[in-house]
Design a protein around this ligand. Structure first.
Ligand SMILES: *Cc1c(COP(=O)(O)O)cnc(C)c1O
Length: 416
């Protein structure tokens, strides 16, 4: 190694104790010999080795770079930055959020093992546990998001994993991460928290006792609705020794281009989340004053059942998603009201994803929760009048005005 090269790598080593805002901008691999200030995008599947001896060493150790299914410098920079922001030793990036859960289960569990999972987690997560993993003999008990006693009662001698997501989509129920971690650990199980909604800018589950933090990077980490990505963050021992060999073999690897987009997204995560939350709180407070609205679900409001816990756990912020129930004497009337408000918007996007600069409005009962029976939907609290708003970065008054188009003409709209 030349002196120049040593200096370059040495200089890229950050001092201890840097704050999250700094880590979000600075954590990454050392720059290349060209000294680029913005992290480079390494679009390469393979790596030329200097000689056969070094090649043999790199393949044996699975360190450095040999093939991009195993690792890639841009992906590695994303992993380092996300781990630094979550406060975990390491992270492994995956192609999507769902493939992070696939990697989690392939790495940690085998047939006969048991999982306890909130029944209010992301819909595809429920399907993955209830249908796909069940085929391979991994059994899952689904329990209340908020009642710790149900988690306790579901534990079996074979329970290896607790899986939680907080707040939930679309009703924003909060679970107590520290309490779940304590319960899991008392029974020799690990706690995994899906942190896609809050992101490390608001909530750092590892600091509250979670063993692993899972991400859909597709949401707020990218934050601009461009690429799919996922990750697991946790102790080096699990990331490197347990998940490393599985992802290398099974190949649910993040593409370098997507890693680069999300890596750069992390630089503005804190600023974006702050703005999303400020806008969401304003909209939620305003919706609570509207006569057409029966109920607003937002952890930042004092009316939220777990408001105090949310404020403690989420750095004093309510998060980016607000849901509300429109009044309606019958489910049909409530649905007509919801459709009218959605269809009257001219700025918001009618879509089912979230985590974008653009505000997104959704009718959960006919989209994300459309395949449930009416009884299942009611048990989940997803009424026909429910509207979910993933609040973006537009001016909050423009978001409010856009909702008002439908709200203020509701009786007219329903007569049509
Ligand atoms: C979107 C989402 C997922 C799945 O992530 P993909 O990147 O779409 O695979 C998992 N959990 C939560 C909370 C999500 O919002």
């Amino acid at each position: 190694m030349s002196d120049d090269e040593r200096d370059r790598i040495e200089r890229a080593r950050l001092p201890e104790g840097l704050r999250p805002e700094t880590l979000a901008v600075r954590s990454a691999l050392a720059p290349s010999q060209h000294g680029e200030n913005s992290e480079a995008l390494f679009l390469t599947s393979g790596y030329v080795q200097p000689n056969a001896e070094v090649s043999a060493r790199r393949f044996a150790a699975s360190e450095d770079f040999t093939y991009s299914r195993t690792s890639n410098p841009t992906v590695r920079s994303f992993e380092q930055r996300l781990a630094a922001m979550e406060g975990t030793e390491a992270a492994v990036a995956t192609a999507t959020g769902m493939s992070a859960i696939l990697l989690l289960i392939m790495g940690l569990l085998k047939a006969g093992d048991h999982v306890v999972c909130s029944r209010s987690v992301f819909g595809s997560t429920i399907n993955l546990f209830a249908k796909e993993f069940a085929k391979f003999g991994v059994e899952t008990a689904f329990v209340s998001q908020t009642d710790l006693e149900e988690w306790r009662a579901a534990i079996k001698p074979t329970t290896r994993l607790f899986f939680a997501e907080t707040p939930t989509n679309p009703l924003t129920d909060i679970c107590d991460i520290a309490a779940l971690a304590e319960l899991a650990h008392a029974h020799g199980a690990l706690l995994v928290v899906d942190n896609s909604f809050c992101s490390p800018a608001l909530q750092r589950p590892a600091a509250l006792g979670a063993d692993l933090v899972m991400h859909s990077g597709t949401k707020y980490l990218d934050g601009q609705g461009r690429v799919m990505a996922g990750a697991l963050c946790g102790p080096e021992k699990l990331i490197k020794d347990v998940f490393g060999p599985v992802i290398r073999t099974a190949g649910m690897t993040l593409a370098p281009f997507n890693a680069w987009v999300v890596l750069k997204g992390l630089e503005t995560l804190g600023l974006r989340m702050k703005a999303h939350c400020e806008n969401a709180l304003k909209i939620a407070q305003w919706l609570e004053t509207r006569p057409e609205v029966a109920r607003v679900y937002y952890p930042g409001l004092a009316s939220h059942p777990q408001h105090a816990l949310a404020m403690r756990q989420q750095g004093g912020q309510g998060g980016p998603v607000v849901s509300f129930d429109l009044r309606g004497d019958t489910p049909e009337a409530a649905r007509a009201a919801a459709f009218h408000v959605i269809d009257s918007t001219r700025v918001l996007s009618i879509a089912t994803n979230l985590g974008d600069t653009k505000s997104i409005i959704t009718h959960p009962a006919t989209t994300s929760h459309g395949r449930l029976s009416e009884a299942q939907r009611q048990a989940a609290g997803i009424g026909q009048g429910l509207v979910r708003l993933a609040v973006g970065l537009e001016h909050p008054d423009d978001i409010g005005d856009d909702l008002l188009r439908g709200l203020s003409t509701l009786s007219k709209g329903q007569e049509q």
